[in-house]
Design a protein around this ligand. Structure first.
Ligand SMILES: Nc1nc2c(ncn2[C@@H]2O[C@H](COP(=O)(O)OP(=O)(O)O)[C@@H](O)[C@H]2O)c(=O)[nH]1
Ligand SMILES: [Mg+2]
Length: 448
């Protein structure tokens, strides 16, 4: 197992958001906290009690008055001694308090360093630490709730359960390696195959929920493409509920890409309006079109917007043909308000009829978007997960399938089980490389 290195320095940061507010919090963590508290407050406060106190500079002059909270190791968020100074929420006063802490020996914390220390001190595992950032960054109530579920350990509990089951099965397999004659009988009697199948199914179940969690976190990149003037920008504005992109009757109006994040049923949809795809001699427009192709390559889903009056034209077919085969697409026939007859719906081929102008059909589009993205209404059980968790679960699942084909070669089977266990352990951080850890925590905000 990886060695966790305990820290011997003291860190500090403003933990509240930049700007002005009713209260601002300076957080300090590390071995020098008692000394720093003594110097600023004139006393080391009793742990876990609320103290109204003056925060003083080196001359004993009051910088601010507020609430001091002291948590002594190991009963704190980081597991170290922690001091929280809740002062008035203005940048100048908070910076002065911070400067005082640095004067007294603390140093400025790196992004995510408080949570990293909580992880180092076994207060949380890696999946829980990640969910702290996900909770802060959550853009919808659903996302926040599922991040909270991960933070409370629901995801980790399932992973730990799987790891334990794998260890038990490994022990069973490995112990039979020494007694080759009896091995098959012995494993059969112990229902080893059934146990492996149960693990296999459980990994698939966790993966299913984790994928929903990852969807809540990462959302879906949806690119709006089509010929000029079919109503891409109008549709973006309609979905966003505000006038973001310029709409005119002039073809080639949108030249640069316009991005907007909206939330449908809690899922972040990253909408990207693009320059209409056509042959052009305009230099700016052709750069826009080149960018459109680059965006298409990274999208999860494309809405091909078509003019309902024209139907699917040769030019549209050419655009669709040039899209990557793996990219899911939805045909959106726009401007149905200009049609005489109500169009026939064709759900099987994922054709949607709508009017960006009147809003008719928009809800249906949203529903289809979620469906293609793979969102299922799972109710309360979803926990937050990340792309790297999905990869780890997929890897474990593959190893289990391999293991299932290796009952005739028990050494190989044991090795596959070990690999599956390692893959799962990267989720909770037991087998996670230091550089990956550094990357994970560097994406946190300062003071968390
Ligand atoms: N009647 C009608 N006109 C629309 C609709 N959507 C867009 N338009 C018009 O079509 C023209 C081009 O729209 P725009 O959104 O700029 O298309 P883009 O070039 O694909 O981005 C504008 O004059 C819009 O007002 C619609 O649903 N119904
Ligand atoms: Mg446009």
């Amino acid at each position: 197992m990886r060695q966790k290195r305990l820290k011997d320095d003291t860190i500090c940061a403003v933990a509240t958001a930049a700007g002005r507010g009713g209260i601002g919090v300076v957080r300090v963590s590390g071995p020098q906290v008692a000394f720093i508290a003594q110097a600023i407050l004139g006393q080391t406060p009793a742990p876990r009690r609320v103290h109204l106190a003056n925060f003083c500079d080196h001359k004993g002059e009051t910088i601010d008055q507020g609430i001091a909270l002291y948590f002594s190791t190991p009963n704190s968020f980081t597991g170290e001694d922690v001091l929280e100074l809740q002062g008035h929420g203005g940048p100048a006063v908070l910076q002065t308090i911070l400067k005082r802490c640095i004067e007294l020996g603390a140093r400025l914390a790196e992004p995510g360093e408080f949570t990293q220390r909580a992880y180092i001190n076994d207060k949380v595992d890696l999946a829980q630490a990640e969910s702290v950032a996900d909770l802060i960054n959550a853009s919808s109530e659903q996302a926040a709730r599922s991040a909270m579920r991960s933070l409370q350990g629901e995801f980790s509990k399932q992973i730990n359960g799987l790891v334990e089951a794998l260890i038990n099965l490994r022990m069973l397999v490995e112990s039979t390696l020494d007694f080759p004659e009896e091995e098959i009988d012995f494993l059969e009697a112990a229902h080893a195959k059934e146990k492996l199948n149960v693990i296999d199914q459980q990994i698939k179940d966790v993966l299913k929920v984790a994928k929903q969690g990852a969807l809540l976190r990462e959302g879906v990149q949806v690119v709006l493409i089509g010929q000029p003037n079919v109503g891409k920008s109008s549709l973006l504005n309609r979905l966003a509920g505000e006038e973001i992109a310029i709409v005119t009757a002039v073809a080639g109006t949108t030249r640069d890409m316009i991005r907007k994040e909206i939330s449908v049923a809690g899922i972040p949809l990253h909408l990207i309006d693009t320059a209409g795809l056509r042959e052009t001699v305009d230099e700016v427009e052709s750069i826009g079109i080149a960018r459109t192709w680059a965006t298409i390559a990274k999208a999860d889903l494309a809405l091909v917007i078509l003019d309902a009056q024209q139907g699917l034209t040769e030019a549209d077919k050419a655009i669709i043909k040039s899209l990557p085969e793996s990219l899911p697409i939805l045909h959106v026939f726009n401007k149905t308000d200009l049609l005489q007859d109500t169009p026939k719906e064709d759900n099987a081929n994922l054709h949607i009829y709508l009017s960006a102008k009147t809003g008719m059909g928009i809800e249906k589009l949203q529903h289809h978007l979620l469906e293609i993205a793979g969102w299922e209404q799972m109710g309360e059980g979803v926990f937050m997960a990340r792309e790297r968790h999905i990869r780890a679960l997929n890897k474990a699942s593959e190893q289990i399938s391999q293991a299932n084909q290796s009952w005739q070669q028990l050494e190989i089977l044991a090795e596959e089980l070990t690999q599956a266990q390692k893959a799962l352990s990267t989720i909770t951080g037991e087998f996670t490389a230091d550089d990956l850890l550094g990357e994970i925590f560097s994406r946190f905000c300062i003071g968390k």
